[in-house]
Design a protein. Sequence first.
Length: 272
Amino acid sequence: MLLIPGAKALETSIGKVYADFGVGFGTYVYAEPNVMDIKSTPILFNTSLTREGERIFHKIYADVSYGIGGRYNGALMDLSSGKSTAFKSDSSDIFYNLSYVAGWRFKGTQSYKHRISLGIGHRYLINNIKGLGSYTREQTYLYVPLGYEGEYFFNAHKSLIFGISFNTLVQGHNISHISKIGFLRDAKFYQKEGSGSSLYLGMKYDLKKYYVFSKLVCELWGLDSSSIDVVEHSAEVNNINPPDKYKGTKFFSLIEPANVTAYLYLNVGIGF
């Protein structure tokens, strides 16, 4: 996600430096179609630091979200029969995002400014699913964001801000902590095909010494199925089904299914 800097800035020998801080509140859904989904209402905290030269700019952006009232909706599988039963549980979710972009500021006009950027980003989420037979999931995305942003000035103090970013997945990495439910080790998956996008639309108000902003932000991701990991399950440590359902150790070919993520929230903040 990319943020428009304010009109006020700190003049330094390396150009103008901007910083902003914001909070957000919205809705989040992670879904593996026909398999499971996780829904929550996150609270977000974000910040960015931008350095602008005459035409070239650099920016670092970071945010963290804490899911409130997270719910897992999926199934538990009987490993001896292959049958599954519906399972719902609470889920405690945390998401992180960190990105660096560099780009070009176009000359623009007195009423309109715009710019493009390219960079590298790292996205991380952890789902702590609770209840019998559940486990913790960790998901990491390394991606390349290509962005465009604009700012239209209604007057010297009020402007419309908007932007869009297309995010190309470099690699996704998933760790499913299934050793706690009877497997001999955790499962690890790699995803190389997928992409995402983010867009925002909002208002900014310049109050001379600082500025405030509000915006509606939407983030979307879609990833293809992962690599296969073959993991052993032992009857002696099984805590899902009674051990007498097993005859020794079994091997299971596991996969992280294709998945989609949608995150919509309202973001407000202040900048200097």
